[in-house]
Design a protein. Structure first.
Length: 347
């Protein structure tokens, strides 16, 4: 139904408009008597053999929603009904910010990919806390047993030397409201942000968060999300930092700046301009990073694989390279609301 009817309709609209339209249609459909029951029966998979424990948390399955889809934790009651084992909200910053100018999200249908330069548009960490505290979200988290992670970043106006303060604020304010944290220094759409992946500034950010964490009665898992464009030397630095700052896991990977594997006409890609590429074309790069990390960190260090997951084979490719969990975003746009069900029912 999605590919035959909804997708052609949604793809007539600008991607950001289509995003909100699709969520609005889903929310409206749930008001139809009996539809919610029917939907949950068909799309929410609950089987004990799918459960797994990763960084001390019990996930009902291995498939999660990547950060960027639900920037303000406003859609957890909807997205939980697609069967996700976890939902990562954000990236959130201390203060609200509008992000980059529109248009800033572009489809590449020939490649089943997206290019985005959103720029951490969000309503700020206080708004996220209000959303996470709402009764609807609390009920959805409990009913659907969905783990919620908080992906945190810095405001665009914050200078890099003070970036650690923004991560400190987000970590402190969100602490009681999410199940795990992800430090995002790998988006290509905030000027200078990727420079924070260098060893010293990154150690500062992670150490500040861990100082707060270790002062709590029950510390939260702290992960780092990295770019697919890092050199082997930079990846080795990440491995060392992961040990030194006692990270709970790594997420590989964010979007890429590389355009070399696209089938879309170069003139069309050039006209779009800057932004991070996601979807099928990033799969190989992401998998290579994942495999490097698994070999370097050993079999027990938790890894989440992101980038190009759109079917059972692409999910298995990440598992084969060491992923304990996977996340999807672009695949959901192209495959529709049945993606999680299809990934979990592939055997």
């Amino acid at each position: 139904m999605y590919k035959a009817l909804l997708k052609p309709l949604l793809f007539r609209f600008q991607p950001e408009t289509a995003h909100h339209l699709a969520l609005g249609l889903f929310k409206t459909a749930l008001w139809i008597p009996g539809y919610g029951w029917w939907h949950d029966k068909h799309y929410v998979i609950e089987r004990p053999e799918l459960e797994r424990e990763v960084f001390g948390l019990r996930f009902k399955n291995a498939v999660g929603l990547a950060a960027g889809f639900d920037k303000n934790a406003a859609y957890i009651p909807l997205m939980a009904r697609l069967g996700f084992g976890h939902i990562e909200v954000g990236t959130v910053t201390p203060k609200p910010q509008p992000g980059n100018d529109k248009p800033r999200l572009f489809r590449l249908p020939q490649d089943e990919a997206l290019i985005n330069r959103m720029g951490f548009n969000n309503d700020g960490v206080e708004a996220m806390v209000r959303n996470l505290s709402s009764p609807n979200v609390q009920r959805a988290r409990e009913k659907y047993r969905v783990i919620v992670g908080g992906n945190i970043g810095k405001n665009k106006v914050t200078e890099n030397e003070d970036a650690w303060k923004d991560y400190q604020v987000c970590f402190s304010v969100l602490f009681d409201h999410v199940d795990y944290f992800v430090v995002n220094v790998s988006s290509p759409n905030t000027p200078g942000l990727r420079a924070l992946q260098e060893k010293e500034p990154l150690k500062k950010i992670l150490s500040v968060c861990q100082d707060i964490n270790q002062g709590k009665h029950k510390p939260k898992p702290l992960l780092l999300k990295i770019a697919p464009d890092l050199t082997d030397g930079q990846l080795q630095d990440i491995v060392e930092i992961a040990h030194e700052t006692k990270l709970s896991g790594l997420i590989a990977t964010n979007t890429t700046l590389d355009r070399s594997k696209l089938r879309t006409l170069k003139a069309q890609v050039d006209a779009i301009g800057a932004g991070g590429l996601s979807g099928k074309p990033v799969a190989d790069m992401s998998n290579n990073v994942l495999w490097f990390l698994r070999r370097s960190l050993g079999k027990d260090f938790p890894l989440i694989g992101v980038g190009g997951v759109h079917d059972a084979a692409s999910m298995q490719a990440k598992m084969d390279r060491g992923a304990d969990l996977v996340q999807v975003y672009t695949g959901l746009i192209y495959e529709g609301q049945g993606l999680v069900r299809n990934l979990l029912n592939h055997d």
